[in-house]
Design a protein around this ligand. Structure first.
Ligand code: GLU
Length: 535
């Protein structure tokens, strides 16, 4: 018998396998993410997992991870583990996931790694062959090409189906002969559907779409006993009880095939939701973000620049439903999960990954973050990515000093990466040199010569030296300075220009009085004195 010939080692029936897995409760929505970890973790994976989590969260959820590692060209185990770690950083953790060390005994629906499910796939496939719903096909590449050429010449759909699939009708003898000759083969679906018929698909994101039925004898299992995505999706999502498959647009064209497969098995198909590809602007057109071309496809790229995890989540939420942004303004401290997402209203224009927008979201979060939290996050960032600066500068001053700097910068810092650059003058002592004179003289500010510079620096020095204790806040510094400057009948900005330059040695820096507040009186006096010694 053909099935036994092909699968002699398979003794169990599909029912035996089905019986091993308990039925999931009807009332639960079961979603999953099924990455193929042959590459880095793509920003899509985060987006996709967020969608799963959002749906699951709203509906008494269960959300699991399955590793689709049938493309075994690479060593994937460490990558899969890394995926899990990365997804966890986004709080996208699962109810069930593959456990490598002890993977047999943790969750009910194991194994969660496709490469370990060969026996399961073969059992179902044997049954399909037995029922004449699938068949081995020994066509060679050349024969397939020839078939396509014939079809093209007659303007027929190209591929393997019905009368263009000789092995569909082959006798047991022919198959035996081919097997004896050790010819390579695949297992194909024996499609019963028709070329001309249409099928209506209800996609949760794309709504109702009418598509042509599948009529192709699609490959279910490849030559080396590796299932195709289509077959693995059928078996795994059925056995694991998935009720909603959220996946990227690329699979949408395969929905008719998947529906045919589920129907053939007499199983209820899951619901489908296909999300639009994430795109970027490239010159003046939009294109899909590409794993190969775009560094921003890799989720770790965002860590290097250190966008806050919360910013990435908010940013992606905004891609899902654009009015998320308005909600966020009113709900600063809530999790994005509290927002009432509407899958059916996902923007159908391609979803744009705009890094400027992400930077803006990030800056807004920094601005609104409680000081202590910001301090913690920033310290963690510096420790990891600017270790030298962290150990030799940041940790060398008091926490109070750092907090003052952070407070001052909070409204201007857009990403953590800027911190070091924006704060050099707070952490470094400066070798005063002649260049600074060019900066001190500023015709627009009516600082026309070095005598004027000196005059105002001495005034500042007098004010600072007259103050016995440390300043309590910027207000206090401001009051004292404004009063004294008024006495000499000058404008604040005129007097404060050389003061600011002496304290920061830079053209662009915070306001002079803020600098005094952060640097403290003694350090401010010292820096002004250094300049006066030079000029
Ligand atoms: N492994 C598939 C992919 O990465 C998963 C698609 C799905 O979610 O079913 O495209």
């Amino acid at each position: 018998m053909l099935a036994n010939l092909l699968f002699p080692e398979i003794k169990e029936t599909p029912q035996d396998i089905i019986n091993k897995y308990p039925k999931r409760p009807d009332w639960k929505v079961i979603t999953r993410i099924a990455p193929s970890p042959t590459w880095f973790l793509h920003i899509w994976a985060i987006y996709s997992a967020m969608l799963d989590k959002i749906v699951a969260y709203k509906n008494n959820w269960l959300f699991f991870l399955r590793i689709e590692d049938t493309d075994q060209k690479r060593e994937v185990e460490w990558m899969a583990k890394k995926y899990i770690e990365l997804l966890k950083i986004f709080w996208l953790n699962f109810n069930e996931w593959p456990i490598w060390l002890n993977w047999e005994d943790i969750w009910n629906y194991w194994p969660y790694t496709q490469s370990k499910r060969e026996y399961i796939y073969k059992t179902f496939l044997k049954d399909l062959v037995l029922k004449w719903l699938a068949y081995p096909c020994f066509l060679t590449e050349e024969e397939i090409t020839q078939t396509r050429e014939i079809q093209e010449a007659s303007k027929l759909p190209t591929w393997i189906y019905k009368e263009y699939s000789p092995w569909r009708y082959a006798s047991l003898e022919d198959v035996k002969k081919a097997l004896d000759e050790k010819k390579e083969f695949v297992i194909r679906l024996k499609s019963s559907w028709e070329l001309i018929k249409k099928i209506e698909i209800n996609d949760l994101i794309k709504w109702k779409v009418s598509m042509q039925e599948n009529f192709l004898d699609v490959v279910l299992m490849k030559t080396n006993w590796i299932p195709t995505y289509h077959f693995a999706h059928l078996i795994d999502d059925y056995l694991m009880g998935t009720t909603l498959v959220i996946r990227w647009d690329e699979w949408f064209a395969s929905v008719p095939l998947h529906l045919e497969l589920f129907k053939m098995m007499l199983w209820k198909a899951p619901n489908y939701a296909h999300y639009w590809p994430l795109v970027k602007i490239d010159w003046d057109s939009r294109r899909k973000i590409s794993k190969r071309l775009d560094p921003e496809a890799d989720i770790e790229y965002y860590f290097e620049k250190w966008f806050l995890i919360e910013a990435i989540l908010d940013f992606l939420s905004n891609i899902i439903n654009s009015w998320f942004e308005d909600w966020r303004k009113e709900n600063l401290n809530k999790s994005y999960l509290e927002f009432d997402f509407k899958l059916e209203k996902i923007n159908s224009a391609w979803a744009l990954v705009d890094l400027e927008k992400l930077t803006f979201v990030n800056a807004t979060l920094i601005k609104n973050m409680p000081l202590e939290e910001l301090y913690e996050k920033l310290s963690k960032y510096l420790q990891e990515y600017e270790n030298d600066f962290y150990n030799n500068k940041f940790l060398k001053v008091s926490k109070e000093y750092n907090l003052k700097i952070i407070t001052e910068l909070k409204t201007r810092l857009t990403i953590f990466k800027e911190y070091k650059k924006l704060t050099t003058f707070f952490y470094n002592d400066f070798d005063v040199n002649q260049d600074i004179i060019d900066l001190l003289i500023n015709l627009k500010m009516k600082i026309e010569n070095i005598d004027i510079v000196k005059k105002w620096l001495y005034l500042a020095l007098d004010i600072l030296s007259a103050k016995k204790d440390e300043f309590l806040n910027i207000e206090e510094i401001k009051n004292i300075f404004v009063e004294e400057i008024k006495k000499v009948e000058m404008k604040n900005w005129q007097v404060l220009w050389p003061v600011r330059v002496s304290l920061s040695w830079e053209e662009f820096s915070p306001w002079a009085l803020e600098l005094i507040y952060i640097l403290w009186k003694q350090k401010s006096i010292q820096r002004i004195q250094n300049i006066l010694n030079l000029i």
